[in-house]
Design a protein around this ligand. Structure first.
Ligand SMILES: [Zn+2]
Ligand SMILES: [Zn+2]
Length: 135
């Protein structure tokens, strides 16, 4: 469970912003494992349950005010739930701290934005002339 008293405030914002998280899984349970959160890849399980990652993701999420970075860019304040690896983890990259644990490679996202990052909910494409084509 989330700590209900935790205040999701964005540092630097002019108005105090408080977003109460909806009921959901404990943030520590969610990690980006090649874009499939439900069936964690066996090689990733050890990593995601390890102290290094738990501390890394918590510190990173905290630094982002626990808000989805992609939503924030659109002016939407929404709690981030998944710390996504921009360079995806695989059996090789997961052993490289510069990829697996580097803040440069992390992005805090809500479920919807995370799914989009992995192309799960893509319903359009942009053609060579920059036009949006509905698929
Ligand atoms: Zn989002
Ligand atoms: Zn991801």
């Amino acid at each position: 469970m989330y700590n209900k008293n935790r205040v999701y405030a964005l540092m630097g914002a002019k108005l105090p912003i408080v977003i109460l998280p909806r009921e959901g899984p404990e943030p520590h349970d969610s990690g980006c494992a090649m874009g499939n959160d439900k069936t964690m890849k066996p090689y990733a399980e050890k990593f995601y349950k390890g102290t290094n990652w738990q501390q890394c993701r918590e510190a990173y999420a905290k630094s982002k005010g626990y808000l989805c970075e992609a939503c924030l860019k659109q002016g939407i304040f929404k709690p981030g739930e998944i710390v996504h690896h921009k360079v995806h983890l695989n059996p090789k990259t997961i052993l490289d701290p510069k990829i697996a644990l580097s803040w440069d490679n992390l992005e805090l996202l809500c479920r919807e934005c995370h799914a989009q990052k992995h192309g799960k909910t893509k319903r359009y494409k942009v053609d060579s002339l920059g036009r949006v084509v509905i698929l």
